[in-house]
Design a binder for this molecule. Sequence first.
Ligand code: AHR
Length: 518
Amino acid sequence: MKRTGLSITALLGICFFSAYISAQEKSTRINLNIDMTKDIISRHIYGHFSEHLGHCIYGGYWVGEDSPIPNTRGIRNDVVAALKRLNIPNLRWPGGCFADEYHWMDGIGPRAERPKMVNTHWGGVLEDNSFGTHEFLDLCEQLGTEPYICGNVGSGSVEEMSKWVEYITFDGESPMANLRRKNGREEPWKVKYWGVGNENWGCGGNMTAEFYADQYKRYATYCRNYGDNRLFRIAGGPNSRDYHWMEVLMKNVSYRLMDGVSLHNYTVPNNWRDKGSATDFTEEEYFRTIDRTLFMDELITRHSSVMDQYDPDKRVGLIVDEWGTWHNVEPGTNPGFLFQQNTIRDALVAGINLNIFNNHCDRVKMANIAQTVNVLQAMIFTEGEKMVLTPSFYVYEMYKVHHDAALIPLHFVSPEYEYQGNRIPAVSASASKDRNDIVHITLTNADPAAEQNITIDIRGGSVSSVTGKVLTGNELSAHNTFDSPDVIKTEDFKGAKLAKNTLTVKLPSKSVVMLELK
Ligand code: AHR
């Protein structure tokens, strides 16, 4: 893991960006050309993912209509109210690995009559199908978010997937539309985002890229556009650095049939057998976590370069629909439920990744952190009637200012965070201008000890005020619990000063900051 040089992130920075830094003084100069906006940062980069896994759906969202926990048609009111603060743009469901063994017809009709199944991927628990298509789409309506449904390729059929699209989106007379009406929904729903399988190189069927590409074409052909519902069809893409998988899909499937290709990449601090504790970790593990998070930039750059060869007009989006930290489960919890705590380290992972996605918004059209409630890098934990917000939640709340704003490319090279002779960039950043011409910059400082002095030269316009928010903690492992829910939360940021068009920022160690310039 020893790095003797700069990461690809920093090297690219040197090639394309002007900069002058002094690593000793931990100071950075950033050029912010506020008149030079580029592509739009799709709000869908701020998407979420919720699977039938552990207590994400059951207990996380769904408590049932008869629960003493306040709910609307079975869906918890507290969780919906909290998530509405994030303006979640889309929600991916029902998996994940679960998607490729889910048969949607088991999840419609009277709940008492729905067949039960075993959730073999996640803990071998009984799935009673009480949360199905109608409940999910009700959740999306309550959240004001767009559904992103992932269909079953691994153990399903073309007919089954085709009928699911018809059931949900067809307005006229047809067997599936009539069945939907019989089950209580007259109007079709609008569903744009449609996944054709999940991880088909692994839990979704252990296929080769070549076999999947052919299967994809069969399935996608019969996912029809009904009325004015236009599907955005997303192919099951590569696992992390499997560039061959990307190459095969891009070469063999036309953009007319494929609007997006998914990419999955998790940040695992140690290794898959012993990922490391979410709260009890060394600086070495912390350093490795940040280093592996920064790898997302290289990964997107390399996949984009493959996509560019076949699709220079960027008609096909890169959809990073599973990402986030993956730690060991909390001691004493079901290993199949993937429940992990969430610290300031996870907040930094979120902030860095989101900056990377923003800066690649020409190709990255959607991203979905895994998973919203009680699973992996969650926004929210619930236990019975209790609910607590995680540090990652606050990052999403701060960063929502970038939704559908125009990217302002930043010009800087980060000072380094050094640990035992290994070096990585300490600072990550992205900036955008919204529809009201308000400029936002989001910054992270991964250095656990040193603050950063940042000077931002504003060019191409003028601003007259700066305000901000900061998320940090006394220690890297600081986190929120049901008993102490406010250990980590955003505070007003007082460390930014504006003098004419020069902004000076004192970025605290281990922090995520959002600045607003008017
Ligand atoms: O998010 C947990 C699992 O990770 C998903 O079900 C699967 O797609 C991935 O391997």
